[in-house]
Design a protein around this ligand. Structure first.
Ligand SMILES: Nc1ncnc2c1ncn2[C@@H]1O[C@H](COP(=O)(O)OP(=O)(O)OP(=O)(O)O)[C@@H](O)[C@H]1O
Ligand SMILES: [Mg+2]
Length: 222
């Protein structure tokens, strides 16, 4: 079963310097249980593609299916419901909630999805090396610690589709490896799909498949 299908996604932005064409008829399919690494130079459109797949941003043209559901045929409320229940987005800029503790941030998405499970969150926090930080607030954490909270918040909700935007970009190599192990293990156990944006060929090599974004189009990874 397909977890994510993108058909001919086209997206451009109007800026002060004129129109920026970012995605030009990009198509991809991701099976449930599969991991796909997405690489591409800075500015090539990786985050834009992830935000579109999550229904957070609208393409100019093209269609998006999460599982069998057509995001492009839904209104804002439908997209929000689907995202809450099935899609986990790990933002490049983390987007933690500053007024909530680490523990509350970790459980936030799961509660929204109606899948709150304190035992699972505690176990996840331990495995992410956050066990001793549960009562802190995001501003009291290092960049890599905040990044691990963002990963934990996503995984705690056990989404069918994980969209991870350079989730190990702030981590040292060894910690990044451990975190990717955890992401691959949990998504495999749950039969979930993982779309992983990374600049690391080493991490990309550990996914089931690879794609490279260049000049608005997807190609086989170099
Ligand atoms: N809201 C926006 N308005 C105008 N231009 C935008 C907007 N968002 C992104 N862009 C432009 O679209 C292009 C793709 O941006 P995007 O963030 O998707 O790149 P990226 O591949 O994720 O890069 P990085 O590796 O640096 O994170 C860039 O040229 C960027 O300047
Ligand atoms: Mg990006």
């Amino acid at each position: 079963m397909k977890a994510l299908t993108l058909y001919d996604i086209t997206k451009s932005f109007e800026t002060a310097e004129g129109r920026v064409e970012v995605l030009n008829a990009v198509s991809l399919g991701l099976e449930a249980g599969q991991s796909l690494a997405l690489t591409g130079e800075s500015g090539s459109g990786k985050s834009t593609l992830l935000h579109i797949a999550a229904g957070l941003e609208q393409p100019d043209a093209g269609r998006i299916f999460v599982g069998p559901e057509d995001l492009t045929a839904m209104g804002d409320a439908g997209r929000a419901r689907l995202r809450r229940g099935q899609v986990g987005l790990i933002f490049q800029q983390f987007n933690l909630i500053p007024s909530l503790s680490v523990a509350a941030n970790l459980g936030f998405q799961a509660r929204l999805a109606g899948k709150a499970d304190d035992g699972f969150v505690t176990d996840l926090a331990q495995r992410l090396g956050l066990g001793g930080l549960m009562q802190r607030y995001p501003e009291q954490l290092s960049g890599g610690q905040q990044q691990r909270v963002a990963i934990g918040r996503c995984l705690a909700a056990r989404p069918a589709l994980v969209l991870a935007d350079e989730p190990t970009g702030n981590l040292d190599e060894a910690t990044g490896d451990q975190v990717l192990d955890l992401m691959l293990q949990l998504t495999a156990e749950a039969g979930a799909a993982l779309l992983l944006v990374t600049h690391s060929p080493r991490l990309a090599a550990r996914c089931d498949a690879r794609a490279h974004l260049r000049a608005g189009q997807l190609a086989e990874a170099p």
